[in-house]
Design a protein around this ligand. Structure first.
Ligand SMILES: Cc1ncc(COP(=O)(O)O)c(C=O)c1O
Length: 341
């Protein structure tokens, strides 16, 4: 490890010369040679348990053999298409996702990354409501593009430049270290939520479009909201004509024992965004919304036409990921493992 960290020799000399930095910190101190299942293998011969599961994305482990086969078989027939064209893998992926999201969330737009899909969700919410203000938790991470970064408070905010206009934050519910108490000295999340929206109402210019949150906060600490919180949050949104967006980059696809974490509280969002876990490490994301919202957005000219929207190769991977989770009953497996903790 120490040797590998030696900056003046081997690959690190090339890193110093050629590799641009993007994380505000040093790279991990060893070069990864390959990855398999839950392990990483470094050039210096170490075998490391990958607790990060890639960038929190490798739902089914690295180089899962069935995903490798899907990639090999698909790429020979279909890799990438003109963005206005459809193929079976996209249609199947959308249908698979819609079969798990319940009655209302039925329309799916497959994209590539978490930042991008949140960007799309916020754009759609602004278009459909005709408003522009966005509320999110003060410990949020929704991405690095303009709108998703604007709704991000956990870090990476202090660039000194303006974010998207109309960004407002509310306190993140935090059962373990609460700031709001009732007369018995217990955590009072109702008071916290009311206070948050009092602040929102005071600061809003009357153009509240959406509230975007994770149903379990990940990047800001693993913070599970108290039972009833998400329903109360949805009610606050309803009262103000705002759309509720759940960002399930980290919490979906069986990670919490359900397909989607919002299913624990049975509080359906207006727009659901999926990313990381859906491609099990490959760049795949999906925006999921209702017929009504999709129709309204389309009629108002919704445009999110990227080069990789509806790409067939990663859509085929998404189908394989979902099929494995279903076939191997991985939601149940997660629940069983949780009981052991
Ligand atoms: C909850 C959440 N949303 C969105 C993102 C952004 O996703 P991406 O890095 O794929 O753009 C992340 C990334 O860590 C995330 O944790």
């Amino acid at each position: 490890m120490i040797e590998a960290f030696e900056k003046s020799q081997g690959p690190w000399a090339d890193v110093e010369k050629y590799v641009g930095r993007y994380a505000g910190m040093d790279f991990s101190p060893d070069i990864i040679d390959h990855a398999k299942g839950t392990y990483l293998f470094t050039e210096s011969g170490e075998k490391i348990l990958d607790f990060t599961s890639g960038q929190m994305s490798s739902t089914l482990g690295h180089s899962n053999p069935e995903i490798v086969t899907t990639l090999q078989q698909t790429v020979q027939r279909l890799d990438h298409l003109y963005s206005g064209m459809l193929s079976r893998p996209n249609i199947n992926l959308s249908k698979n996702i819609a079969s798990k999201t319940g009655e209302n969330l039925k329309k799916v737009i497959p994209l590539s990354t978490g930042s991008e899909v949140n960007e799309a969700a916020l754009r759609m919410a602004k278009l459909v409501t005709g408003k522009f203000e966005v509320v999110s938790f003060n410990k949020s991470w929704h991405g690095v593009t303009q709108a998703s970064a604007g709704a991000t408070y956990a870090s990476a905010r202090k660039s000194g430049a303006p974010t998207s206009p109309g960004q407002l934050s509310i306190p993140t519910p935090y059962t373990y270290r609460p700031n709001f108490f009732n007369s018995e000295g217990e955590y009072d999340w109702h008071k916290e939520l009311d206070y948050g929206f009092e602040m929102v109402d005071a600061q809003s210019v009357g153009s509240l479009a959406a509230c975007i949150v994770e149903p379990i906060v990940s990047g800001g600490g693993i913070l599970v909201p108290p039972k009833g919180y998400l329903a109360a949050l949805k009610e606050k949104c309803r009262e103000r004509g705002m759309l509720l967006i759940f960002d399930e980059a980290q919490t979906s696809l069986g990670r919490t024992g359900e397909w989607f974490a919002y299913q624990y509280d049975d509080v359906e969002p207006d727009i659901l965004t999926l990313s990381k876990t859906l491609g099990s490490g490959l760049p795949l994301a999906a925006l999921v919304t209702t017929d009504k919202i999709e129709k309204k957005a389309h009629e108002k000219g919704f445009l999110f036409y990227t080069s990789h929207v509806n790409d067939p190769l990663v859509a085929a991977v998404g189908c394989t990921v979902m099929n494995i989770i279903e076939r191997d009953n991985l939601c149940q497996v997660t629940k069983e493992k949780d009981k052991l903790c």
